[in-house]
Design a protein around this ligand. Structure first.
Ligand code: TUI
Length: 310
């Protein structure tokens, strides 16, 4: 099966790995790309030298296309945007902001541009700005989230745009892919399922938390700061959420105690001070597997449901 997304990405399957901050590095990205998807390296708040090194490593680990995600709230987003041009990255996805000012230079360099958007209004702006596709990301996703759900957002974005739409948020098996296609999406972005992959380099404590999570083990923090963020329930995230609710944790104090908390989760597995970003679908993720098994199984199941030979 080929469609507008496989043709745009140059992949076997219409799937992108989420650009998870601190998580999405060259080992994971190359494994996803080698398995027929589009792997992504997260430009998070990474120093420029780190991202350059990761891009070069990924090129050594795969001869398939891969991409970089630029987190637009990052203070060095401008430098990272230029690095993608200098390193001739195939695809750029963006999150947490409007990438409009970078799009002309990326397009000029032949880079495929796929903004992640939480609303129809921003999706339309991105199409007008020259985006090749959008990721319509529902609030089921891990990390920084919008308000709309995947089920409601995806068909509305599909109706509003001519360019192809990739669905994200709550997709971790073939049923999620099939549902996304029924909503009019032509591809999926998957994050949480890849946290529990062999190639994902996060601390084993993080993987086990994902595996052990039930449907209700999830909490949104940061609403008082204007940057809501979906996490696994831990002592730390529950403390943040209750402090925000009863007003004892000011936005300033919240920013102070969560500074560096992604790194503490990913590298140290620190459940006292780390933020374990994770989507709502974690309850369905029960086994660590190679990325190639995850992807092949997802598309075998989706193919049966949709009667498509992926
Ligand atoms: O960006 C994400 N997910 C992320 S970024 C991240 S790092 C971070 N950590 C703590 C606080 C904030 C960020 C962790 N997870 N997903 C894509 C996404 N983009 N979700 C929502 C948005 C978004 C929001 C507003 C995109 C555009 C936007 O535009 C506002 C504007 O400027 O018009």
């Amino acid at each position: 099966m080929t469609n507008r997304i496989t043709e745009l990405l140059g992949t076997k399957y219409p799937i992108i790995q989420g650009g998870m901050a601190w998580v999405a590095e060259s080992t994971l990205a190359s494994a996803v790309s080698n398995a027929g998807g589009l792997g992504l390296i997260a430009g998070g708040s990474a120093p420029i030298d780190y991202l350059r090194d990761q891009i070069r490593r990924c090129k050594e680990l795969t001869d398939k296309p891969f991409g970089v995600n630029i987190m637009l709230m990052s203070p060095n987003a401008e430098d990272l945007a230029q690095l993608c041009i200098d390193e001739r990255v195939n695809v750029v996805t963006t999150g947490a902001g409007n990438p409009g000012k970078f799009i002309p230079a990326w397009k000029e360099a032949g880079i495929k541009v796929i903004p992640v958007i939480p609303s129809v209004a921003l999706a339309k702006r991105m199409e007008r700005a020259g985006a090749d596709a959008v990721v319509a990301e529902g609030t089921e996703s891990g990390g920084h989230i919008g308000e709309n759900t995947t089920m409601c957002l995806v068909p509305q974005v599909v109706d509003a745009l001519e360019i192809p739409v990739i669905a994200a948020g709550g997709i971790a098996d073939g049923r999620g892919i099939a549902a996304s296609f029924m909503l009019g999406a032509e591809g999926v972005q998957v994050g949480t399922r890849f946290l529990a992959s062999d190639e994902c380099q996060i601390n084993p404590v993080y993987k086990q938390l994902v595996i052990d999570a039930k449907d209700t083990d999830n909490v949104v923090t940061g609403r008082t700061t204007g940057h809501p963020c979906r996490n696994l329930k831990t002592k730390f995230s529950k403390m943040l959420a209750s402090g925000e609710k009863d007003g004892t944790l000011t936005p300033e104090k919240f920013e102070e105690i969560t500074l560096g908390s992604l790194r503490k989760a990913v590298q140290d597995g620190n459940t006292d001070e780390g933020s374990f970003l994770c989507g709502l679908i974690a309850g369905m993720v029960n086994e660590v597997k190679p990325c190639s098994d995850i992807i092949n199984e997802m598309f075998a199941q989706a193919g049966k449901l949709l009667n498509i030979d992926f």
